[in-house]
Each structure stands twice: as C-alpha cells, then as structure tokens.
Design a protein around this ligand. Structure first.
Ligand SMILES: Cc1ncc(COP(=O)(O)O)c(C=O)c1O
Length: 415
C-alpha cells in the first residue's frame, strides 16, 4: 500500500528516531563492511564537509557567475586546484554532480567535436577497454554513440594495440581509465595517446577513481604511470571529488585540455521566453553545498593533508595485499597502483567465497568475468584488516571444502 503524506507534520526528534530505525539494516560502512559506495576520509573531514555544505545548502550552483559570486569563486578555485594536480595549465573545467555526469558531458563534447572534425564518422563509435565503467555505455545510449569494448591484456590494463585494431572510420574517441573500477590498474595512457594522435581521435581519461589520489601517491614515491594532461593526446578527463578527493557526495570534476575542446561541452539555447540558456552541466539547479564542501575540504586538507591521508591508506592497502596473497589459492589481479584491489583464484569457487563473506556481513564487490572480488579501500577499512582477512581465510577454506568434486559456480554480481 502506498504511504500518504502525514496529516500533521512531525518534529525533529520523531524524524531522527524514525530515520535511525530505518538505517539499522544498512551496510555498516563505519565498521568497514563495505567494498565501495563510501570513500571516507575521517570524522574531522566529515565535520568540515557538513558545516560547509550546510552553509550553502540553499544556494544554487546553476548560473553561479550571475547570482552567487561566492560559489563561482569557490568553483573556480576547486577547478584550479584540480587542473594543477592533473598537469593541465590551460585546462577548462567544471564541477559536476558525479563521475557519471562528468563522463556524460565529456562524451557529449567528444561527439559534438567529431561532428565538426570527423564528419566522415556517420555512426560515431567510442573504443574503450572491457574494464571501462558502464557509464560510457549509458552515456552512449543517451547520446546516440556506440561503445566498442576491447578485451584487456594479461596485466588487466587496456590493450592499446587491440584498441587500435578496433578503430574504424566511425571511431571518434578512445577511453582509458586511471584507475579502472574492477581491477584498480592504470591503463597505458601514453600508448593510447599515441594511438589517438595517429588517428586524429579524442582521448578521454576516466580518472574518477584515481584523479585525486594518484598525484599524491606518486609524490609519496609509489610508481604510478603517467595518465594526466602531461600525456600528449589526452583531450578530457573525469576526476571525482566525492571518491578519493574525500568531498561530499555529488561532486566530481571534468577537464578539457584547452578552451578549443571545452567549447563543445555546454548546451546553448535561446528559443524560449527567457532568452539565452547556456549551461555546461546536465543539471540546471546545482547544490551549492557540494561546491562549498569541496572548496572547504580541499583547503582544509591542503597538499600536506592529502599526502598524510594517502600515506596512511597506502600502508593499510599493503596489509590487505599481503594478507590476501598469504591465503592459499588466492592471487591479486595485476599490479594495482592505488586503493582498489581485486583478487581471484584459479582453483577456488570465488562465488562461494563471496557468498560466505556476505554471510559474514561483508558487502563484497563480486566480479563476474573473470570471477573475483574487488575492494575500494578508505579509512573505515583500517580498523578491520585483521577481521576481514580472517573471515576471508575462513570463507576460502569453506569454499574449498564445499567445492570438492563440484563444478565451479558463476559469481552473481552485486554491483
Ligand atoms: C572508474 C569510474 N568511472 C565512473 C564512475 C561513475 O561515477 P559516479 O558513481 O560518481 O557517477 C565510477 C564509479 O564508481 C568509477 O569507478
């Protein structure tokens, strides 16, 4: 039965109690039971986010230049910070609502650029690695593009040579990830840049996961392949602040190498009573709070804060990697550079492992092909490394016992 609006309004205490009750069945991310969905940078940062968000919660980030100069100043600063981190001195950027919106608008820009530069591409195609995020298919569905997925190499990275072979006269763009969601590895962006330039194509780098952590991890001395605007051929990039930028949900950034490419993003229209309507984003009304919270978090952390946090997270990541490798039958997929780690097995039914972990109240990121499990680490995972590994070890033992003489089952994805 449908609920009806209460006849009389309820007070805050009542509402708080009800909401508290409703969240009882939620995944307990504060105790690190999650694999992704929450990328948490600690209670202190959360407090800064909350206060800054609330301060501009009623303000509208749409049309910022004309109405709320405060938000325009903050957005410009955030974009400057991002452009600096991603080696993009002449870049034009925008804050969007998330990785998906950043990808949508970048694909729209690539499509409209190709209408001018590649008129022979009548049925525009985008070539992406098999590990690319589904949002590329979603955006293509909206934008009238076709996505061609190409198998990754044995190192789980995009296979630039195979992607080059997939190029046809309809191809308008290539995509690489830094890092990809399933395996946490950086694609060979330099190779993709060379291919893109050779064929005169647009290259988008999806750095939704890695954009705001890779620069710091690299500075800490870890090997991270080049993936940003330093690489010739990179035209646009998506980089999420609400993941490893540790900002409030609903905040990503999109960048273009120069204004000549960026001009294809906005929607520009004037045939209605209000006159000209020019908008770079998908949304017209935008939450001022996500802009102010991003500005506050980035200024609060500064380079020092991001380095400190990433150092701590990378150390924790090593404990997970060591522990997973120590479990007989499991192996880490590829050589993940940042904070997503994926593991699988040649001999154990990973579906059974995932199910047992799930039974033990871990929300695992199951993978279907190839079967495996991924985890995107952030601070709540620090306190539960031992517990996770113990449960994983027990789950593997159970799966091994149950699997004797049985056929391996397919893994059901829980994305
Ligand atoms: C590599 C990658 N790209 C894009 C996205 C989509 O981002 P969002 O969920 O913020 O829309 C994700 C989400 O996890 C991602 O991992």
């Amino acid at each position: 039965m449908r609920k009806t609006l209460p006849k009389k309004g309820r007070g805050w205490r009542d509402l708080e109690t009800r909401m508290g009750r409703m969240r009882k069945g939620d995944m307990d991310w504060r105790r690190g039971r999650h694999s992704f969905h929450v990328w948490y940078g600690g209670d202190g940062l959360f407090e800064i986010q909350k206060r800054a968000y609330a301060m501009f919660m009623q303000e509208n980030g749409g049309g910022v230049g004309r109405t709320f100069m405060s938000l325009k100043i903050m957005e410009d600063e955030v974009i400057d910070f991002g452009a600096g981190l991603l080696n993009a001195p002449k870049a034009v950027g925008h804050i969007t609502s998330g990785g998906s919106e950043s990808i949508f608008v970048a694909m729209k820009a690539a499509r409209d650029w190709a209408r001018v530069k590649l008129p022979g591409a009548r049925r525009p195609e985008v070539v992406i690695p098999y590990s690319g995020h589904p949002t590329f298919n979603r955006a293509a569905d909206y934008l009238g593009l076709t996505i061609k997925r190409v198998a990754v190499g044995s190192d789980y990275r995009a296979d630039a040579a195979a992607m080059e072979k997939a190029i046809t006269r309809n191809t308008i763009a290539l995509v690489g990830s830094a890092v990809c969601f399933p395996f946490g590895v950086v694609d060979p962006i330099r190779d993709l840049g060379r291919v893109a330039r050779r064929h005169g194509l647009w290259l988008h780098v999806d750095a939704c996961v890695g954009g705001y952590t890779a620069p710091f991890v690299k500075k800490l001395g870890y090997p991270v392949p080049d993936f940003d605007f330093k690489v010739p051929g990179v035209c646009s990039m998506s980089a999420d602040l609400h993941k490893y930028g540790f900002c409030a949900k609903g905040t990503s950034t999109v960048f273009y190498r120069n204004p000549g490419l960026a001009k294809y993003q906005p929607f520009d229209f004037k045939d209605w009573p209000q006159g000209r309507f020019e908008c770079p984003n998908v949304a017209s009304t935008r939450p001022g709070g996500s802009i102010s919270a991003a500005w506050a978090v980035m200024n609060h952390l500064g380079e020092e804060g991001y380095l400190k946090l990433n150092k701590r997270l990378m150390r924790m990541r090593q404990r997970y990697i060591n522990g997973i490798k120590a479990i007989d039958g499991l192996y880490i997929r590829g050589e993940p550079e940042l904070l997503i780690v994926s593991y699988g097995s040649e001999v154990i039914d990973m579906g059974a492992v995932a199910e047992e972990m799930q039974r033990r109240k871990w929300f695992v990121g199951s993978q279907v092909s190839p079967p495996g499990i991924m985890i995107g680490l952030s601070l709540p995972h620090e306190a539960v490394v031992g517990e996770y590994l113990d449960d994983l070890s027990r789950s593997v033992t159970k799966a091994k016992k149950a699997g004797k003489g049985k056929r391996r089952r397919a893994v059901r994805s829980v994305y």
